[in-house]
Design a protein around this ligand. Sequence first.
Ligand SMILES: CC(C)(COP(=O)(O)OP(=O)(O)OC[C@H]1O[C@@H](n2cnc3c(N)ncnc32)[C@H](O)[C@@H]1OP(=O)(O)O)[C@@H](O)C(=O)NCCC(=O)NCCS
Length: 182
Amino acid sequence: MNHCGTRILETPRLLLRPLTMDDAQMMYDNWASDPAVTKYLRWEPHPSWVYTAELLHEWSKHYADPAYYQWGICEKDTGVLFGSLCLGPGETDPVWQQPMWEPGYCIGRRWWNQGYTTEALCAVRDLWFTTVGGERLACCHAADNPASGAVMRKAGFVYHHDSVYHKFDGAEVPCKVYLLEK
Ligand SMILES: CC(C)(COP(=O)(O)OP(=O)(O)OC[C@H]1O[C@@H](n2cnc3c(N)ncnc32)[C@H](O)[C@@H]1OP(=O)(O)O)[C@@H](O)C(=O)NCCC(=O)NCCS
């Protein structure tokens, strides 16, 4: 594969770009502190914007790695940052028996149901299959989080099987696994 790192991507309404420590306040305010956003994610809401800043500092060390993909999702017109989208090897699923590259995404509640995540995912999907030369992407969502499944289907992913994923505290979550092949 020809990994190209977190390069800036533009869509009709969005700018996808690397995150920096200067984004801590917007990330904390717009999505990372909201329990409704993290309900089906592996992590818990951030306790403070300082915590967010420390996390962004850790992430910033990885951007030199061409196989590191972690975008902030911004409104193109205003520059407002309202979500993030990453791409990386996921948890090994018993059906795949190997780590599969998977996108992960979350955006602030104010921006839900306006097609933004689908728009961002399609841009990253296209980068993956055209520029990076990937052959497939997997993706999974909590069974109780159908909006995420809708995003996957709109981006072309096809339901593959049921499974479980694990939150960072070890809790098991039943999930639906999707696959997209070149
Ligand atoms: C899931 C999430 C990423 C969706 O982002 P979004 O920008 O609102 O997604 P889109 O607007 O592109 O598409 C959402 C779709 O879900 C549908 N949807 C919303 N709520 C739904 C529900 N309760 N049941 C079924 N479908 C639902 C919408 O109707 C829309 O589909 P449509 O365009 O066919 O009408 C966003 O809600 C989010 O960040 N949630 C918190 C984090 C998260 O759960 N991330 C995913 C982890 S796998």
